[in-house]
Structures are given as structure tokens and as C-alpha cells.
Design a protein around this ligand. Structure first.
Ligand code: NAD
Ligand code: IPM
Ligand code: MN
Length: 397
């Protein structure tokens, strides 16, 4: 636990106040850069963190945890019990991305990131979809007022934990099965969180699923939504099939406030959500441990982007906005708001949101966001950070 007694996962968070508090607050932060652009965007986010610490009077004790392709190819290890114990000794985790063309797909993804989310009981993957003012979006006519929703992605099961088997691989007789696990417990935990969050926002929850085909899992999700909705009479709820969601999201995102959905659908629709915000480089997420048993973990929605790795072309905004979520969960509300608004300001100044035309390298953009954190200029911020704190406080009661 940090000196402030707050763990980033569960029991959070009244803001302990800005600079000038008598005692310096310190948080133990584990950093997993990972593969490809992961270390690049994470380094930029840490530059932003330096600026936030200087301005808001807290410190972090940082530990680099070398998980990913290099570590796997050197040692043959994925997520070891020792690494899990090391991470448990921290208040929070910043994660870059994992995945490499040098390793068969699935080994690192399942062996590191999915293993981390499971071992650390990170029940929810919270993925805001917010278009900041002045940021170019490929969706014609979309405005910031119309694009402010949050996807609550169930983070522990569905087809990610269904098991499966293959026989006769590589022959015309090949048969592959892939299951899906859906428990009342995990679905209830996600849906309950979604309703609590909606209560702090525009009071509307949308279940996104495929109940017309996945009838078993779909019925469980629908039943749980009805059951939870009865406890939240002030929150409206509706239902949208996941295929229709892919049409509604770009055309009328304003109809959504909190979208709750299964692990796989949540993965897919949040890449689309990222596009609404300006691109994959902009979207942030938090893997939240809701019971305080282990640290939460914050990561951009994008992956390791091997196509642009090593060139300084990755946008660090998603990593910086994930840092903002991390700071909010640590109780550093003022710093979280400053990082969010600084990132939004810098984003609005960029000629392009990725690649050679961004107007600066990944590291330079990190420095620009850091400089914007240090000046106290006005900027846009969402109230998501405060909403999150309120939900976490409610869960603690
Ligand atoms: P990706 O998100 O890495 O890249 C998709 C496209 O978006 C690429 O063209 C990439 O250049 C671009 N892009 C991504 N992040 C960007 C950024 N910050 N700035 C500018 N452009 C950016 O997805 P992919 O190509 O499907 O997967 C690559 C690898 O990453 C795979 O191994 C995959 O399994 C892994 N992956 C990991 C995570 C994670 O660690 N959480 C998430 C998604 C994918
Ligand atoms: C994400 C990624 C991961 C997921 C992969 C890499 C396992 O796509 O974080 O969105 O599917 O959750
Ligand atoms: Mn994904």
C-alpha cells in the first residue's frame, strides 16, 4: 500500500489534495513497456508523469518489469509466479503493449496480458470513448458533445476463457472448437459496475451482445441486466446487438452513455470507438481490480504496432490518457485532470494523429504534453475521473 493508504484497484479515493500537503505522497508504480511501440509510448507517458509529480507534489517509486517478446525469447518464460508477486507489491501498473511477429500469435497475448488481467483479478476493462474538441475524427460531422460514452468490458471470461481443441490440424479433416465461459458472478460484477457508473453520468446503460445467435450466453447477460436494473430504477437501460452497434457507434454515438458488454465484443467495438476519437493512438483503458486484492493496470487500447515500431511515429496520447485514469485511481485527482486536459490540448494542435505527419516524434509529443501539464492553462477535461472515484467509493461501502 502507498503512504496514502490507497491501492489503485479497489478501495479508492478521495483526492489527497494538490501540492503543498505536509507529507509527500508516494505511490509504487510497476511499468511494463512490453513490445513494439509499447516501450515508446510508455516512456512518453512517464515523461508526462514526471511533470505531474513536479506540479502536484507526489512521487512514484517505479519498477520496470521486463515482460514480453525479448524476455520470452531469452528465457522461455511468460508471466511467472515471481513476476505476479512483484506486481502485487505495487499500488498500480502502467502497461504499454504486447505482441511480436517473432512469436506465434496468442503466446504472449494469452501468456502475459490475459494472464495478468486474470491473476490480478482485473474484473472490468474500462474504455472511455471521448472525442476531445479540435481533434480530427474520420467520422464526418461528429462533434465532441455527441461523443462521450464509456464501454464497460467484462475482462475475465467469455470466449477468452472458453477452452478449445483442435484435431487433424493442417489437413482437410481439421476440426477446431472454441468455447465461451459465462458465469453469473462475472457478468453480474460487470453489469453492476456499469449501472453504478451510469448513475454518476447520464443514467443510461446499453447491453451490447448477440442474443439472437449466442442464445445461452445472451440469456444470462439479459437476465442479469434485468436483475440489476431493478436495483437502479433511476437508470434507463436498453439493448443493441453487436453488429448493429458497429453501425450506431459511428453514426449516433450520442445515444450511448455506458455500454456494458462481453469480453470479445468489448475488444472489437472499442477499436471502432478509438476511431471516433481520432484513431487507435488516442484511446485509453483501465483494467480495474474492484475488490482491492491486487493492483489495477492501465494501458492504451492499441497493440504493439510492429508496422511503425522504432520510428517515433506512435501517438502517445492513449498512453498519457491511461496515465490520467491511473492517477485518478490513485487518488491524485488534480494530477489526473491536468494530464487529461494537457493531452487533449496537445492532440488538438497536431496536424495528423499518427505517423510522420504528427508534427513531432512520440518522445517529443510526450515532452509537449508534459510541458502542458506544467502550465496551468485551461483545458478540456471529462468528469470520468470523478465519476470513477465515486463508483469506487460506493463499492467500498
Ligand atoms: P495494433 O493496435 O498494434 O495496430 C493497428 C494499427 O494501428 C497499425 O497500423 C498501427 O500502426 C496503428 N497504431 C496502433 N497504435 C498506434 C499509435 N499509438 N499511434 C499511431 N498508430 C497506431 O493492432 P494489430 O496490428 O492488430 O496488432 C499488433 C500486435 O499487437 C499483435 O501482436 C496483437 O496481438 C498485439 N495487440 C496487443 C494489445 C495489447 O497489448 N493490449 C492490443 C492489441 C493488439
Ligand atoms: C486489447 C487486446 C488484447 C485483448 C489482446 C492482445 C489479448 O486486443 O487489449 O484490446 O483482446 O484484450
Ligand atoms: Mn483489442
Amino acid at each position: 500500500m502507498s503512504e496514502s493508504g490507497v491501492r489503485s484497484g479497489g478501495a479508492a479515493v478521495e483526492s489527497p489534495g494538490a501540492a503543498g500537503a505536509a507529507e509527500t505522497r508516494s505511490h509504487r508504480l510497476a511499468v511494463i513497456g512490453g513490445d513494439g511501440i509499447g516501450p515508446e509510448v510508455t516512456a512518453a507517458a512517464l515523461t508526462v508523469l514526471d511533470a505531474a509529480e513536479a506540479r502536484f507534489g507526489f512521487t512514484t517509486e517505479r519498477t520496470d518489469v521486463p515482460l514480453g517478446a525479448d524476455n520470452y525469447l531469452d528465457t522461455g518464460e511468460l508471466l511467472t509466479p515471481e513476476a505476479v508477486e512483484l506486481l502485487r507489491g505495487h499500488d498500480t501498473i502502467l502497461f504499454g503493449a504486447i505482441g511480436s511477429p517473432r512469436v506465434t500469435p496468442g503466446i504472449l497475448e494469452r501468456g502475459v496480458i490475459l494472464a495478468l488481467r486474470a491473476e490480478l483479478r482485473q474484473a472490468i476493462n474500462l474504455r472511455p470513448v471521448r472525442l476531445y474538441p479540435g481533434v480530427p475524427t474520420p467520422i464526418a460531422g461528429l462533434t465532441p458533445e455527441r461523443c462521450d460514452l464509456v464501454v464497460v468490458r467484462e475482462n475475465s471470461e467469455g470466449s477468452y476463457v472458453g477452452g478449445g481443441s483442435t484435431v487433424h490440424r493442417g489437413t482437410p479433416g481439421a476440426v477446431a472448437t472454441q468455447g465461451s465461459t459465462n458465469t453469473w458472478y462475472a457478468v453480474h460484477r460487470a453489469v453492476d459496475f456499469a449501472f453504478r457508473l451510469a448513475q454518476q453520468r447520464r443514467r443510461r446503460v446499453t447491453l451490447c451482445h448477440k442474443t439472437n445467435v449466442l442464445v445461452e450466453a445472451g440469456a444470462l447477460w439479459s437476465d442479469v441486466v434485468e436483475e440489476v436494473a431493478a436495483r437502479f430504477p433511476d437508470v434507463e437501460h436498453d439493448y443493441v446487438h453487436v453488429d448493429a452497434m458497429c453501425m450506431h457507434l459511428p453514426v449516433s454515438p450520442e445515444r450511448f452513455d455506458v455500454v456494458v458488454t462481453d469480453n470479445l465484443f468489448g475488444d472489437i467495438i472499442t477499436d471502432l470507438g478509438a476511431v471516433l476519437q481520432g484513431g487507435l493512438g488516442v484511446a485509453a483503458s483501465g483494467n480495474l481490480n474492484l475488490d482491492g486484492s491486487a493492483p489495477s493496470m492501465f494501458e492504451p487500447v492499441h497493440g504493439s504496432a510492429p508496422d511503425i515500431a522504432g520510428r517515433g511515429w506512435a501517438n502517445p496520447a492513449g498512453a498519457a490518457l491511461s496515465l490520467a485514469l491511473c492517477l485518478a485511481s490513485l487518488g491524485e485527482g488534480d494530477a489526473a485532470a491536468a494530464v487529461e486536459s494537457a493531452t487533449a490540448r496537445v492532440l488538438a494542435e497536431l496536424p495528423e494523429l499518427s505517423g510522420a505527419g504528427m508534427g513531432g516524434s512520440t518522445a517529443e509529443l510526450g515532452e509537449r504534453i508534459a510541458a502542458a501539464v506544467q502550465d496551468s492553462g485551461e483545458g478540456v477535461q471529462s468528469s470520468l475521473m470523478t465519476q470513477l472515484a465515486a463508483v469506487q467509493a460506493g463499492l467500498r461501502d
